[in-house]
Ligand binder design. Structure first.
Ligand SMILES: *[C@@H]1O[C@H](CO)[C@@H](O)[C@H](O)[C@H]1NC(C)=O
Ligand SMILES: *[C@@H]1O[C@H](CO)[C@@H](O)[C@H](O)[C@H]1NC(C)=O
Ligand SMILES: *[C@@H]1O[C@H](CO)[C@@H](O)[C@H](O)[C@H]1NC(C)=O
Length: 230
């Protein structure tokens, strides 16, 4: 009797120790692009489509969406909180801009010192693994990362062992999410991201998240004597 209890105990510990180890944290390739479908949730839901172009070889990012009216970054300039409009968020080098191609208009959002530079390929190293799940019939790893002040980002990706071979599937952030279409993922086949000549760092986006990021950075500087960037 005693022996069989011990055997059972050993068997259970063996089975538990065989549990899959946690996968390696996500790492983004230095350059990729992918299209997405985005939904802003509220008393009514609003959906738009977009593309994300990431090029860390030049510290640049282009996020283009078919309608920026409900996006807290895009709608913080002129009448763009009231009109449907195409919006591009451009990060090139140390500056982030909002560009409105329909009107060839542009405003300066914030800079790298204020936490607005391009995401690093390893930005998800501090995320927490939330398990393996199924998304649109596909196996997916789920990761949580909390940004200041308290915005939960959940990121889903495919489950290849090598993080660089995984494909981004979805990002959920605050009250919106972006479903990234796996088939549209391309590595290395887009032109360098540039800032249109109309963009000027002296023309500041006055409201919304751009203002929030600048103010937050200024408050941190005041509190600690230097700015943090994340
Ligand atoms: C918005 O989407 C959510 C999640 O899919 C859904 O539960 C909710 O009913 C939708 N709201 C409206 C107003 O359609
Ligand atoms: C758009 O922003 C302006 C300026 O802050 C504000 O007066 C207006 O009420 C806003 N419109 C909507 C629909 O929120
Ligand atoms: C910055 O500090 C001011 C004054 O304390 C405060 O009203 C404001 O909400 C703070 N802004 C941010 C983004 O933290």
């Amino acid at each position: 009797m005693k022996t069989s209890v011990i055997c059972l105990f050993l068997l259970v510990s063996f089975v538990l120790s065989q549990e899959e180890p946690e996968p390696a944290k996500p790492v983004w390739p230095l350059k990729f692009s992918q299209d997405f479908i985005e939904t802003f949730y509220g008393s009514t839901n609003h959906t738009s489509v977009g593309g994300y172009y990431y090029d860390y070889t030049t510290y640049s990012t282009r996020l283009i969406r078919s309608n920026g009216k409900y996006d807290q970054t895009c709608n913080g300039y002129k009448q763009y909180n009231e009109t449907n409009h195409v919006c591009e968020q451009l990060i090139v080098g140390e500056n982030r801009f909002n560009y409105y191609p329909d009107d060839n208009d542009c405003c300066w959002c914030c800079n790298e010192q204020q936490g607005c530079g391009a995401l690093k390929p390893h930005w998800l190293q501090k995320s927490t693994f939330q398990g393996k799940t199924t998304l649109y019939g596909q196996e997916a790893y789920q990761w949580l990362i909390v940004e200041l002040p308290n915005i939960r980002n959940i990121v889903w990706e495919t489950t290849e062992e090598n993080p660089l071979e995984r494909t981004l599937l979805k990002i959920q952030r605050g009250s919106y999410d972006e479903v990234f279409l796996a088939e549209t993922r391309r590595l290395d086949d887009f032109n360098p991201i540039t800032v249109p000549s109309v963009c000027d760092v002296n023309n500041i986006c006055p409201r919304g998240l751009c203002q929030y990021f600048r103010e937050q950075a200024a408050n941190m500087t005041a509190a600690h004597g230097h700015a943090h960037s994340h």
